[in-house]
Design a protein around this ligand. Structure first.
Ligand code: UD1
Length: 417
């Protein structure tokens, strides 16, 4: 097993390129199942979750060729409609094949994902929506078995905005008969990109990016050609890396409109964020000020940036409160940050962080993807050496993060445990 070693205390300087968004690439890869023919997707990040998606596409019968962050996927023949447990348990987003398979083949068998490190994360809203489109759903040996002759448009009102649920329903409704209206839909940039991609395939979708999305079903979709949007969470992680080390970094392709909530909190904390032609320039203060955050659905503060922001607040002047409202158990990084000297107390769905001027490196363990990023950030600013183990979580969502940080001057490398 590998670990990442960091000798902290260097202010980061220079430019860093953000890769394609994992959370956009995954639904787009699965959307290629909707069309007969070869789709071409560019700016796909080289990540473990993408490899898992590739395996799944191949199991389903698609031919996949990948080179230099571009994928050619020929989904002319679908040979299987089953997403097996072995893949779904390593990547929950595998459930996003449900909508496309059902719409294209009238049948899908997808393993239920089960629990997850950050909360229960059920898919009941995906299933309820598909049922409203006329699918018959039954559970069999841990698998969801969905069938439908042809899905029929319907009005679906989500009990809460769900990113994956909105994506699954968008893909299913694109090929349904008649009109579907999604109410209380998720509004994340990845939803907008998926809707635009589906429209470029011949779908008729309006309203993506708002809470109400209308879809006029069509009979057939063409293969997809698109470039994946930049990863706002990777961008945000580099912005905090600059802020936490008191550095000066241009984060190339960081999009202001996708990062408003984070930018406004960074500014409140005394971090300078300036928009330049090709990205955002972030300059950290000597020491950030404590600010409170509350995660929520887009355009609110992203839950996927909560752990990284907590690392920043651990060094802040004053006391901050971070409230997590999206997932019930997303404070796994707290104990590890405490091992580095952070003063954090959990109070229900909130964490109270009393900032300290100095943290010290320690051996710590990554527990999930974004928790891993928070430990790396803390290690960049802490004294002495931090060793982050179980970094397979990190490799699910960050491409060569240690190399990108090292190019900014950080003393960070990967080694065998
Ligand atoms: C996506 C992102 C993930 C991010 C999350 C919230 C991908 C691949 N992953 O996950 O990185 O942290 O959005 O921004 O895009 N819920 C239900 N029933 C459902 C569906 C969701 O109760 O059927 C609940 C979940 O348990 C959670 C909340 O709704 O508490 C939000 O989940 P959702 O938006 O669906 O997140 P994901 O699509 O799984």
């Amino acid at each position: 097993m590998e670990k990442i070693v960091i000798k902290g205390g260097v202010a980061l300087n220079g430019e860093v390129q953000v890769g394609g968004a994992k959370n956009s690439a995954l639904p787009l890869l699965f959307a290629t199942l909707l069309a007969d023919g070869t789709s071409e997707l560019c700016n796909i990040p080289a990540l473990r979750d993408i490899t898992t998606a590739e395996k799944l596409l191949k199991i389903l019968g698609a031919e996949v060729k990948a080179a230099d962050h571009c994928y050619r996927i020929d989904a002319s023949r679908i040979e299987s409609v089953e997403a097996p447990y072995e893949l779904v348990k390593t990547m929950r987003a595998s459930v996003l094949v449900l909508g496309p398979l059902l719409a294209r083949c009238g049948h899908a068998r997808v393993s239920l994902p089960g629990g997850c490190a950050i909360g229960a994360r059920p898919i009941n809203l995906h299933l309820k929506g598909l049922e409203q489109l006329g699918a018959k759903i039954k559970l069999d040996h841990g698998y969801v078995e969905a069938t439908a002759d042809r899905l029929k448009g319907a009005k679906i009102s989500f009990d809460m905005p769900t990113v994956g649920g909105t994506e699954n329903l968008l893909m299913a409704a694109a090929l349904a008969k008649g009109e579907t209206v999604l109410e209380n839909a998720a509004r994340e940039p990845e939803i907008v990109q998926l809707a635009e991609a589906l429209n470029s395939m011949g779908a008729q979708i309006e309203g993506a990016g708002t809470a109400i999305i209308q879809i006029q079903g069509v009979d057939k979709l063409m293969p997809l050609q698109c470039r994946v949007i930049p990863d706002r969470i990777e961008a945000g992680t580099f912005m905090i890396a600059a802020a936490i080390t008191g550095g000066n970094v241009l984060v190339r392709e960081a999009l202001r409109e996708d990062l408003e909530a984070l930018i406004s909190k960074l500014k409140e904390a005394g971090v300078s964020v300036e928009e330049e032609a090709d990205g955002l320039r972030v300059q950290g203060p000597r020491r950030p000020l404590a600010v409170d955050i509350r995660t929520s659905v887009f355009p609110g503060f992203p839950t996927d940036m909560q752990a990284q922001f907590m690392a920043l607040m651990s060094f802040a002047e004053g006391t901050s409160r971070i409230s997590e409202t999206v997932f019930e158990n997303r404070f796994m990084h707290v104990c590890e940050l405490q091992r580095m000297g952070a003063d954090i107390q959990i109070d229900g769905h909130s964490a109270i962080i009393r900032g300290t001027a100095q943290m010290t490196g320690a051996p710590v363990m990554a527990t999930d993807l974004r928790a891993s990023a928070s430990l790396i950030l803390a290690g960049l600013a802490a004294h002495n050496t931090t060793e982050v183990s179980r970094i397979y979580h990190l490799d699910r969502g960050y491409e060569k993060i240690e190399q990108k940080l090292a190019a900014l001057g950080a003393r960070i490398w990967r080694e065998q445990e």
